[in-house]
Design a protein around this ligand. Structure first.
Ligand code: AMP
Length: 285
């Protein structure tokens, strides 16, 4: 497995891999963008990429521009050696792990904004977050030139933003969305789960409980988004360490609130558990 540190090296890797099978074979390049601290959720993305692509790169980059000034950029978990071992074990061919200066050269002034969508859901409570995400993913796509890029449904709003970006810029990369991987008790895997105390960890189950409850209510025919959102809030109200940021039913493409929940509607929640902000969601069936 190659470790690539610069955009030029990543581009060279991608070009050489693409042509490695000769002109007759199509050699799909897959990219799995991550911020490291890899867990079984990331592993599932790498496996999905492995299943569809001849060559798989995993990027590991804690992207400063998607963190707010009072967020956890400095203390975000970093475990490069273990990440490389996990990625290699899942069959990754290359790790792209650039420095901040490589991704943001001194004086960098170019950003990608997906207007409108970027102020919905997490974008409302984390101003500038999706601008940072769209910008870094555009840069990763330029470096790795992937045919397919694999993202988790766990970050459902991120998927909407990136699909809009790919459509608007007519980027030659297809976004593939993979299911949310959970702990046995339902908690969605997240690199931030390590921040939770034992009490917080217990109460954090409220997020997945709310998701399952809303799925069940919708399956029984409840369509009113206000009723569904209120039911979710009641679940959080029972947990003193949990403070809801949002619990909303939205159109997954536009992130606009829906008037009536329907198959394909995104139910998304974000909550503070102690000082840790967690997210979860479901696409109604
Ligand atoms: P991150 O390293 O947290 O930025 O996440 C990198 C990618 O892994 C994103 O596409 C996430 O949506 C995805 N991901 C994170 N947690 C999970 C999970 N529990 N299940 C599936 N994918 C996940």
């Amino acid at each position: 497995m190659e470790i690539l540190r610069t955009v030029a090296d990543c581009l060279r890797w991608s070009r050489s891999r693409r042509s490695s099978g000769g002109e007759e074979t199509s050699q799909l390049i897959g990219l799995v963008p991550t911020m490291g601290a890899l867990h079984a959720g990331h592993a599932s993305l790498i496996r999905a990429a492995r299943a569809r692509c001849a060559h798989v790169a995993v990027s590991i980059f804690v992207n400063p521009t998607q963190f707010g000034p009072n967020e956890d950029y400095a203390r975000y978990p970093r475990s490069f050696d273990a990440d490389c071992a996990l990625a290699q074990g899942e069959g990754a061919d290359a790790i792209f792990a650039p420095s901040v200066e490589e991704m943001y050269p001194p004086g960098a002034a170019t950003f990608v904004e997906v207007e409108g969508l970027d102020s919905r859901l997490d974008g409302a409570s984390r101003p500038g977050h999706f601008r940072g995400v769209a910008t870094v993913v555009a840069k990763l796509f330029i470096a790795a030139q992937p045919d397919l890029a694999f993202f988790g449904q766990k970050d459902a709003a991120q998927v909407s933003i990136l699909r809009r970006m790919v459509a608007d810029l007519r980027l030659p990369t297809e976004i593939i969305v993979c299911p949310i991987i959970r702990e046995p008790d339902g908690l969605a895997l997240s690199s931030r789960n390590v921040y939770l105390s034992a009490d917080e960890r217990r109460q954090a189950r409220a997020l997945s409980r709310a998701v399952r409850w809303i799925e069940a209510m919708a399956a029984k025919g409840e369509r009113n988004p206000a009723v569904l959102a209120e039911a979710a809030r009641q679940i959080f109200a029972a947990e003193p360490l949990v403070r809801v940021d949002y619990a909303e039913l939205v159109d997954w493409a536009t992130l606009e609130p829906v008037e009536s929940a329907a198959p394909g509607t995104l139910f998304a929640v974000a909550a503070w558990v102690g000082t840790t902000r967690l997210i979860d969601n479901t696409i109604l069936g």
